[in-house]
Design a binder for this molecule. Sequence first.
Ligand code: BDR
Ligand code: CA
Length: 329
Amino acid sequence: MEKRKIILDVDTGSDDAIAIAAAVLCEDIEVVGICTVGGNVEVKNTTDNTLRVLECCGRGDIPVYRGAALPLASTLQPWGLQAAVLPRTEGKIAQEKAVHPDHLPLPPTQLTARPQSAVVWLINTLLESEDKEITLVPVGPVTNIALAMRADERIIPKIKEIVLMGGSHDTYPPTQASEFNVWCDPEAMEILLQSGVKITMVSLDATGHACLDRNQADMIRAIGTSPANLTADLIYQRLKASAAEGDREGKGVGAALHDVLAVCAVVHPQVLTEIDHTSCHVDLGHGYAYGETVLGRNYKFSPMPKNCYYAKKADSRMFFDWLYGVLKE
Ligand code: BDR
Ligand code: CA
């Protein structure tokens, strides 16, 4: 199988960290580079965390580019500390910090990000690539990609497809209406959805099926490598944090590894077991639904053009088997 060339865009973040490890270790994937963005934590920390993961995986050769610290336009705080519409409570903030502390449980690294900004690198790399050669895999707020599309629209036909983690329809998201990655930068997500690029949205509805429990974490730890140990540690960390909030993780039992499912779906699209080809747009009004991903309700007769493959379910077993296999390679 020819390797899939991807660019990851991350806000590392605990599930982002496992997604990075899986992508750089997967023999079916070539990670061309990694862009960082403010999201789960501030961009200086998402960048540092990303470098720590690469060091842990022995892949310090993969270039990392620091991207946007703040969203395009929205008044929402990018790292989830405060929402204009629905203020975060102290308890909620503490819970989020437990899921995504500023630093991953990894030693500091000497690796550094490249001097170029993520947006400039994205534009140059896509312009220099063959048509439809590179797949973009954003698993955080999509500010960098939206900025790149607006700065130079010639990149748009270059992109093979975008497989992103974001959106929610019938799963409890952070603000009742909006999934975290969309909520951090709703305007940016709408720019992607209007770009005409093929988009697969690996939503919270789907990632609720990508949950791993303690037994699976222990199986992964038994592999005995540094990336496997990191993965097991982060699953335990996510389980501990989500237990404080009850059954937030949705349909499955265990810790949902949202971002990892998006990476898996690039090389094994069949892991997404229910997909609607539909219209999808982001509510950009500043009301209660700000940042909601609004799907076409009547798929056959909707007047809105279909612009998105919206994934609603995933095969939990296939997901675990893939992740375990990649970490064991
Ligand atoms: C998304 O939000 C972040 O906290 C996770 O890293 C994931 O990308 C899930 O809503
Ligand atoms: Ca993320």
